[in-house]
Ligand binder design. Structure first.
Ligand code: DX5
Ligand code: ZN
Length: 217
């Protein structure tokens, strides 16, 4: 399992997005949180900003859609340049069709689960996905405390991936930091989103390297 780090631009300075995107060169992905003020009580950015970010950095974009009706909007984020598009299980009307559409358009397809959403009902759907995202906070805001109650679900998801012999990645997002990343890695996560732990650091690129070292231990 190769460790990947995906810094979340949500914790960056939005007045300097291009520079902030380039401040984490060496990261595997740049995580872009799209919020619609309906699925979550916060509003961030849409496909035009994703398109601008894709021109500002060579780091591939990992778009996390915290929006209602992702069935309607996800393809537009692939067209805007996302290399990976994550929709929420709680919001998708037709997750299999949606995952196939994202893949057909040329991006990796991923599905996210809020902390209280179990993974078991989605076991048969896993082969349709390139990544499963287990949220480790309630989605909506950066800088929240990591929820330890999500660790058993990370473990169960890793077991299901192994049981089916899948290549898919297991991402964690929310409260991931020097204090919590080892717990996540030990439970079986291999893709780590970190917002405040990276952009709150004096040297974001060094923070990415430090998180990677910790996760690899
Ligand atoms: C929260 C977002 C996260 C957020 C993580 O809803 O999905 O990606 O930016 O921020 P930290 O790492 O600060 O918890
Ligand atoms: Zn996110």
């Amino acid at each position: 399992m190769a460790v990947q780090i995906s810094p979340s631009i949500l914790s960056a300075d939005f007045s300097r997005l291009a520079e902030e995107a380039r401040a984490v060169e060496g990261a595997d992905w740049l995580h872009v949180d799209v919020m619609d003020n309906h699925f979550v009580p916060n509003l961030t950015l849409g496909a035009p900003v994703v398109e601008a970010l894709s021109r500002a950095t060579d780091t591939p974009l990992d778009c996390h859609l915290m929006i209602e009706d992702p069935d309607r909007w996800a393809a537009g984020f692939v067209e805007a340049g996302a290399g990976s598009v994550t929709f929420h299980a709680e919001a998708a009307a037709a997750p299999v069709r949606l995952a196939r559409e994202i893949r057909a358009k040329g991006a990796r397809a991923a599905m996210a689960l809020k902390p209280a959403t179990p993974v078991e009902p989605y076991e048969d759907l896993l082969p349709e996905l390139d990544m499963l995202l287990v949220m480790t906070v309630e989605p909506g805001f950066g800088g929240q405390a990591f929820l330890d109650i999500t660790l058993p679900k990370i473990r169960r998801t890793r077991e299901l991936i192994a049981k089916h012999g899948l290549e898919m990645w297991l991402q964690v997002d929310g409260g991931v930091s020097a204090d919590t990343i080892e717990r996540c890695a030990e439970a079986g996560a291999d893709v780590f989103v970190a917002g405040s732990a990276v952009y709150g650091a004096d040297d974001p690129a060094a923070a990415v390297r430090a998180l990677r070292r910790q996760a690899e231990e």
